[in-house]
Write a protein that binds this ligand. Structure first.
Ligand code: NAD
Length: 320
C-alpha cells in the first residue's frame, strides 16, 4: 500500500473532531486530538519512527497528549515516552486501553439494548461483532458472558478461531457480518463502516459499538433513523479508553477501581441521549452533536473569561 499523506491527514482531522466530542460528552477537562502514523503496524514499527513521533509531540509542550489506539500497544507508548513526556497508556500507567474501552462500550450497549429491545438485557440476543482486536476481543468476551449469542468476523482467521473456541461464537466472512441477521451490530474494526448508499442490506435493529468514525457522513445517521435502525453515536460508546488514559493525570494517578466506576457513566449518557432523541423524533447523533456543541461553547467561554483568550483551553488528549 502506498503511503497516502493526504488521506492520513484527512483521517487525523476527522478522528480529532470525534475525540473533541468524545471528551466533551465524557465530561473530561480536555480538548480532542489525534495522531495518525503511516505504516502497517505488523511490519513498520521501528524505534526511529516512535522517536520521530515522540519528538514531534514533545515540541507541542503538552498542548497535545498521545495514547494507545488501533495498531498500537503500551510497549509502543513506552517507546514514544523515551523522548516525550506527553504520553498516556504506558505499561506503568493505564496500560492496555482495549479492555477498558470494551467495558465502557458494554455499559453503552446495555443501555441501548434496554432502550430499543426492552428489559431482558443481552441474554439470548444475536449479536454480530465486526473486528476482534484489542477492543473487539475483550468486548466479545463480555457480551458472551452476558449471555449474547455471538456472530463474529475478522480479517485475521486466528482471531476468529479463538472467538469460536473460547466464546462459542459462530464465524462469518468479513463481507457478511454487517448484513448478518442479528439484533445488534457491534462495530469494532476501523471506520467508516456505514455508507449512506449501502444500508439496504442491514438487518439489525440496533448499532452500538466502539469503532471510531463509523459513519461516512452525517446524512447516514438520518438514513439509518428513517430505516428504523437505532444508531448509537460511536464517540459516546467508545469513551472508555480516553476516560482510563486521562485518569493518569489526576491526583493519585490511575486507579482501576475509580475508572471502572466512571465507565458506568457511559451507560447513563447513552440512556439520556436515546431518551431525548426518542422524545424529539430525532436521530441520536443529532442530539449528541447538539449536546457537544453546547458543552463546547460553555468550555470556550469559561476559558475566554479566565484568560481573555482561547489559549486557556486545557491540553488536547488523544486516545481511543
Ligand atoms: P485493532 O487494530 O487492535 O483491531 C481491529 C481488528 O479489526 C483487527 O483484528 C482487524 O483484523 C479487524 N478488521 C479490520 N477490518 C475489518 C473488516 N473489514 N472486517 C472484520 N474485521 C476487520 O484495533 P482496536 O484497538 O481494537 O480498535 C478497534 C476500533 O475501536 C478502532 O476504530 C479504534 O479506533 C476504536 N477504539 C479503540 C480504542 C482502544 O483503546 N484501542 C478505544 C476507542 C476506540
Amino acid at each position: 500500500v502506498r503511503p497516502d499523506l493526504r488521506a492520513a491527514a484527512r483521517e487525523a482531522g476527522e478522528l480529532a473532531r470525534a475525540m473533541t466530542r468524545k471528551v466533551l460528552l465524557a465530561g473530561l477537562p480536555f480538548g480532542g486530538g489525534k495522531a495518525v502514523v503511516l505504516g502497517d503496524p505488523r511490519h513498520d514499527k521501528t524505534a526511529a519512527r516512535w522517536t520521530a513521533l515522540g519528538r514531534a509531540i514533545e515540541r507541542l509542550e503538552g498542548r497535545y497528549w498521545t495514547g494507545e489506539d488501533s495498531g498500537t500497544t503500551p510497549a509502543d507508548m513506552d517507546a514514544i515516552g523515551r523522548v516525550c513526556r506527553y504520553v498516556l497508556g504506558r505499561s506503568g500507567g493505564a496500560g492496555d486501553l482495549g479492555p477498558m474501552t470494551a467495558r465502557g462500550a458494554l455499559h453503552g450497549i446495555e443501555a441501548a439494548v434496554r432502550h430499543r429491545l426492552g428489559g431482558a438485557g443481552l441474554a439470548g440476543l444475536r449479536v454480530a461483532v465486526q473486528g476482534l482486536g484489542a477492543v473487539g476481543m475483550p468486548l466479545a468476551g463480555l457480551l458472551a458472558a452476558a449471555g449474547a449469542r455471538l456472530l463474529v468476523a475478522d480479517l485475521d482467521p486466528a482471531r476468529v478461531e479463538a472467538a469460536v473456541e473460547r466464546l462459542g461464537a459462530r464465524a462469518l466472512p468479513p463481507g457478511e457480518i454487517q448484513e448478518a441477521e442479528a439484533d445488534l451490530l457491534v462495530p469494532c474494526a476501523l471506520g467508516p463502516v456505514f455508507e449512506a448508499a449501502g444500508l439496504d442490506g442491514l438487518r439489525c435493529a440496533l448499532i452500538a459499538g466502539p469503532a471510531n468514525n463509523q459513519l461516512d457522513r452525517w446524512e447516514t445517521a438520518e438514513r439509518l433513523h428513517r430505516r428504523g435502525i437505532l444508531f448509537v453515536p460511536d464517540y459516546v460508546v467508545s469513551a472508555g479508553g480516553v476516560i482510563a488514559a486521562t485518569a493518569e493525570l489526576e491526583p493519585g494517578g490511575f486507579s482501576p477501581e475509580r475508572v471502572r466506576d466512571r465507565l458506568t457513566g457511559i451507560g447513563e449518557r447513552v440512556r439520556t441521549i436515546l431518551d431525548e432523541a426518542a422524545a424529539a423524533g430525532l436521530p441520536p447523533l443529532a442530539v449528541a452533536e447538539a449536546l457537544a456543541a453546547r458543552l463546547r461553547r460553555v468550555r470556550l467561554s469559561a476559558a475566554t473569561a479566565r484568560r481573555g483568550d482561547h489559549a486557556a483551553l486545557p491540553a488536547g488528549a488523544l486516545a481511543c
